[in-house]
Design a protein around this ligand. Structure first.
Ligand code: ATP
Ligand code: MG
Length: 148
């Protein structure tokens, strides 16, 4: 069974470019509910840990520098089949290959500076959400603290 949450970051490039509002509007319009959200900045060690799965890849060091270079928005999003639905909304990693209307097609600068992150599995959605938010920082529809 697929889960109903995913984790996203609006990456430094899209925050610096002033696209937070447009990206959040697109997320809401696509039917995602914001469960948790914060504007924050990754320390280098946090960016290294978050992307540690890519540490052998040639772009790892540059990716870590980029992700820790200026503020990001981190958020937990809820929708049925959230991981798959959100990856459809953001489009391909490389904006040149992303479908028209996707967040990356609209707002990415390059394959590295590609506007947003989206979890790639239900397990990673939970791990990545836990990286940024305690259960007490996640809110259900009634505004009560915590997820069931
Ligand atoms: P994300 O995990 O950020 O949602 P993704 O799942 O589409 O992106 P991954 O393969 O997990 O893509 O890569 C993680 C991130 O590393 C990409 O979003 C991008 O910022 C960067 N990246 C991926 N491939 C390259 C590349 N060939 N050159 C430079 N940076 C890259
Ligand atoms: Mg990924």
């Amino acid at each position: 069974m697929s889960g109903n949450i995913t984790f996203t970051m609006i990456k430094p490039c899209a925050v610096s470019d002033g696209h937070i509002g447009q990206i959040l509007a697109q997320i809401n319009k696509a039917g995602f509910r914001i469960v948790a959200m914060k504007l924050t900045k990754l320390r280098k060690g946090e960016a290294e840990a978050f992307y540690s799965i890519h540490r052998e890849r040639p772009f790892y060091n540059e990716l870590v520098e980029f992700m820790s270079s200026s503020p990001i928005v981190a958020a937990v999003l809820e929708k049925e089949n959230a991981v798959v639905e959100y990856r459809k909304l953001i489009g391909s990693t490389d904006p040149a290959k992303a479908d028209e209307g996707t967040i990356r097609k609209l707002y990415a600068q390059s394959i590295q500076n590609n506007a947003v992150h989206g979890s790639d599995s239900d397990d990673n959605a939970e791990i990545e959400s836990g990286f940024f938010f305690s259960m007490g920082e996640r809110f259900n529809k009634k505004g009560a603290v915590g997820l069931q």
